[in-house]
Write a protein that binds this ligand. Structure first.
Ligand code: GDP
Length: 468
């Protein structure tokens, strides 16, 4: 800006922000101060830099090849998620393939007839799914929602559906436990229809499969439906480039050092590659598949365990292969520095006060809201009224609504979807409060519907004063 640093410091002070010369400012303060000097700020974060780098060498259509789908299994507790993962893991070892799946590395790949493959994430549930998404990872192509046919659509079934929908991930319904007496799939379809989810059998667009995970009945038919969905999605990647993807899990192993399971989403990962993930980097010393066999290459959609990173990145952290060691070190070091200085808070999420400012910047089109309340009637009423506040400029989107306390999983969803959490006559749990604080997610609590509506409305009209 060609402004002397003393002017910047005194401007900060006049705004009530005490700073020293070698202090890093957060994005908001930078915008504010630059604005005071008549400048508009354009941010080129590390992520943007990466996107730009990726953008430079976007894969040409002819370089792209089909890749297999990556699937997460979600649903209410005890409805059979683990049983389904276990059955698929044990049953689908193609004849002749050496060794069964011997270790849990966080994901596994199964081979099916006709050289088709499917990769399953081995940690079932929408919490794991959304936690990864909150870190920026878009890993899942298809969500399988398990519902026990002898039970009903339960709170966590609804949560799983909201989480998949918020991520824009297509769903297939696995109506499980059909071997049990009292199993009534039609009742499940009816309950789903009340949520505006119509399965194909009911004339809708969602595939569903009645099965028994325990007895292995119709599981092959479910796998066929996953492949069909994948075909429609037309999943592609370029195997002939440096790899990029996401970390599924990572830990420190006594004998082997840092061990990470990564999912290759584009390119092919090779032993000897130089990888950066978050603030860690290293050359890949060895790779293993879920059968504990050494592998030298991992093409798109393959999960592999790798050795060689100098730390354990968080689940959901992205990774990328670099050709240049200096550049790799540089990116990792810069990230470590930023995370030290700013603590772990990743980025600032939307708040009601912020809406006016984002509106003024002209890039605010959608207000995502999560509603938790004490009774169904008020949750529905609030949800309807808030959605009606939508204008041609801003769409109000209720990402999830349910009866009950505000949970950690709600906060994760808010983080991943940049949503505001509204509690009507309910409060967050202690853990949820702490997480919201940490992630910078706003929780608004109301006990009068009118107040909630008025406040959101004023925020959308840009009438709430931003707090500095
Ligand atoms: P999760 O909590 O969703 O992972 O559910 P689990 O896979 O742990 O299953 C919960 C219980 O339901 C276990 O006792 C399973 O043996 C049982 N179960 C799962 N699938 C079936 C099924 O298809 N038929 C029957 N009869 N029991 C099942």
């Amino acid at each position: 800006m060609d402004v002397n640093f003393t002017e910047v410091i005194s401007k900060c002070m006049s705004l009530g922000i005490m700073v020293s010369i070698n202090q890093r400012l957060d994005a908001e303060v930078i915008e504010l101060v630059a604005g005071e000097f008549g400048y508009e700020v354009e941010f080129l974060g590390l992520d943007d830099m990466e996107d730009e780098e990726d953008g430079e060498d976007v894969d040409a259509e002819e370089e792209l090849e089909h890749r297999s789908p990556i699937v997460t299994i979600m649903g209410h507790v005890d409805h059979g998620k683990t049983s389904l993962l276990d059955y698929i893991r044990s049953a689908n070892v193609v004849a002749g393939e050496a060794g069964g799946i011997t270790q849990h590395i966080g994901a596994y790949e199964v081979s099916l007839a006709g050289d088709k493959r499917i990769t399953f994430l081995d940690t079932p549930g929408h919490e794991a799914f959304t936690a990864m998404r909150a870190r920026g990872a878009k890993v899942t192509d298809i969500a399988v929602i398990v519902v026990a046919a002898d039970d009903a659509v339960m709170p966590q079934t609804k949560e799983a559906i909201s989480h998949a929908q918020a991520a824009g991930v297509p769903m297939i319904f696995a109506v499980n436990k059909i071997d049990k007496e009292g199993a009534n799939p039609q009742k499940i379809y009816e309950q789903l229809s009340q949520m505006n989810i119509l399965v194909e059998e009911w004339g809708g667009k969602y595939q569903s499969q009645e099965l028994s995970a325990k007895k292995g009945i119709n599981v092959d038919a479910l796998l066929e439906k996953i492949l069909l969905e994948a075909e429609i999605l037309d999943l592609k990647a370029n195997p002939d480039r440096e790899a990029s993807g996401s970390v599924i899990e990572a830990s420190l192993d006594k004998g082997r050092g840092y061990v990470a399971t990564v999912l290759v989403q584009n390119g092919t990962l090779k032993v000897g590659d130089l990888m950066v993930s978050g603030q860690y980097y290293g050359r890949i010393k060895a790779m293993f598949n879920e059968r504990n066999q050494r592998v030298n290459i991992a093409p798109p959609s393959t999960p592999v365990q790798i050795l060689g990173l100098n730390g354990a990145p968080q689940a959901g952290e992205k990774f990328k292969v670099y050709a240049d060691e200096g550049e790799a070190k540089d990116v990792a070091t810069k990230r470590a520095q930023i995370s030290r200085e700013q603590g772990l808070r990743a980025r600032k999420h939307i708040t009601l006060d912020e809406i006016g400012r984002r509106l003024a910047l002209g890039n605010f089109k959608e207000l995502n809201i999560i509603i938790k309340g004490d009774v169904d009637g008020s949750v529905e009423a609030l949800s309807d009224s808030l959605q009606k506040l939508s204008t041609p400029e801003i769409a109000v989107n209720v990402v999830h609504k349910a009866v009950g306390q505000i949970s950690e999983s709600d906060v994760l969803l808010a983080t991943a979807s940049d949503a505001i959490l509204i509690g009507f006559n309910v409060r967050p749990s202690t853990q949820a409060s702490r997480l919201a604080d940490h992630e910078g997610v706003q929780i608004k609590m109301y006990s009068i519907i009118y107040n909630a509506i008025e406040e959101v409305k004023s925020a959308m009209e840009g009438l709430l004063e931003p707090k500095i």
